[in-house]
Design a binder for this molecule. Structure first.
Ligand code: ASP
Length: 350
């Protein structure tokens, strides 16, 4: 009996030691971008995005293996200017599978910076997990002097293993900062310090391999989101029309003729239209093509029923979403409803 007790105690101690030493399992899903970009010189500007594979990225930062049990897979290898609905659906499904079925503790996604904010927001609304999902990219290619990719990848893995990043929705990790998927915007064409969190600022930062959170996301995301893409193989078609003085109505007409499901206006000021464009928008809405008003202004909301009477025309105001993110939410909203009032509610909630 005594011997049995000793064996049981030894086994329990061993199990305890194993679980204490077990590192979190992090999967890196690579999609390309400048972080995987290569130049024939040490130049930061003349290069091709999406060239090197995931294992090369992991091998370049061996320190991430101290933080986690890291493995990787290549979903696609593209510049994020070529990101599309098909890849978004594939990515959302794969992230859900890794976190729900394959028991990973967190996912890091490497991605180009051009459309990172759109992918982050799409995943924020379609990933069904509280586990950390962190996106990382770089502004300089992997071959550049002082490439920023390795540090961003290291910080992203550090954030992925941090309990502080659980339940925060999808986060972008760039330049030591953590940014919320809803508010993050790319603001500079070439600087490493290009991502900003809008008026609410950054949501946290990573320093010395540790994530520190400063605030929580204000809107619904991930596990609270009603949007489910698990059964979808395509998304509604939504285009963006840019506003300017003396604007031509042709782009708006082209979307209407092509029977798009929705159109977002990157309007002037508080989401205003040039008069010719306005006429086409009213007709489009009457034909069942949902119009969402947003703004080309970099800051400030597009307010409901302000200069434009949304209630009269059944337009939706994008509120705090810029045109490219309003497009993402409109696409997902149209998978559930064509009722403009319900769609406006989604814009208030998400
Ligand atoms: N064009 C690149 C991309 O978005 C830029 C970058 O990653 O910084 O993939």
């Amino acid at each position: 009996m005594k011997r049995l007790k000793v064996i049981a105690f030894a086994a329990a101690t061993l199990l305890c030691c194993i679980s204490l030493s077990a590192k979190p399992k992090v999967r890196i899903v690579a999609t390309g971008g400048t972080i995987a970009g290569v130049s024939s010189s040490s130049s930061s500007s003349a290069y091709t995005a999406g060239q090197v594979g995931i294992q090369t990225l992991i091998d370049a930062v061996p320190q991430i293996l101290d933080l986690a049990d890291v493995s990787g897979e290549q979903l696609v290898n593209i510049g994020s200017q070529d990101m599309n609905d098909e890849v978004w659906l594939k990515l959302a499904k794969r992230v859900n599978q890794l976190l729900e079925e394959e028991d990973y503790d967190a996912v890091v996604i490497t991605h180009g910076t051009d459309t990172m904010e759109e992918t982050a927001y799409f995943l924020n609304l379609t990933v069904k997990s509280d586990k950390p999902v962190i996106m990382a990219g770089s502004m300089r290619p992997s071959t550049a002097i002082s490439a920023d990719g390795p540090a961003n990848l290291y910080n992203a893995v550090a954030a992925a293993v941090s309990p502080a990043c659980e339940g925060m929705g999808v986060l972008c990790c760039m330049n030591n900062q953590l940014l919320d998927a809803k508010t993050v915007i790319k603001t500079h064409t070439i600087d490493c310090d290009t991502f900003e969190g809008g008026p609410s600022g950054i949501i946290g930062y990573v320093y010395n391999g540790e994530a520190h959170m400063l605030q929580r996301p204000m809107n619904k995301h991930t596990t609270e989101s009603v949007f489910d893409v698990s059964g979808l193989d395509k998304l509604p078609q939504v285009g963006i029309v840019y506003g300017y003085a003396n604007a031509s109505a042709l782009p708006m007409k082209a979307f209407v003729d092509a029977k798009f499901d929705g159109i977002v206006l990157a309007g002037v000021g508080d989401g205003n239209f040039y008069k010719d464009v306005f006429e086409v928008a009213v007709e489009a809405q009457q034909k069942g093509i949902q119009i969402v008003r947003s703004s080309r202004c970099p800051t400030g909301p597009t307010c409901l029923n302000s200069e434009v009477d949304d209630a009269k025309y059944h337009f939706v105001a994008s509120l705090d979403l810029n045109p490219q993110k309003a497009r993402v939410l409109l696409m997902l909203a149209l998978t559930r409803t064509h009722d403009w009032e319900k769609i406006q509610e989604y814009f208030m909630e998400y």
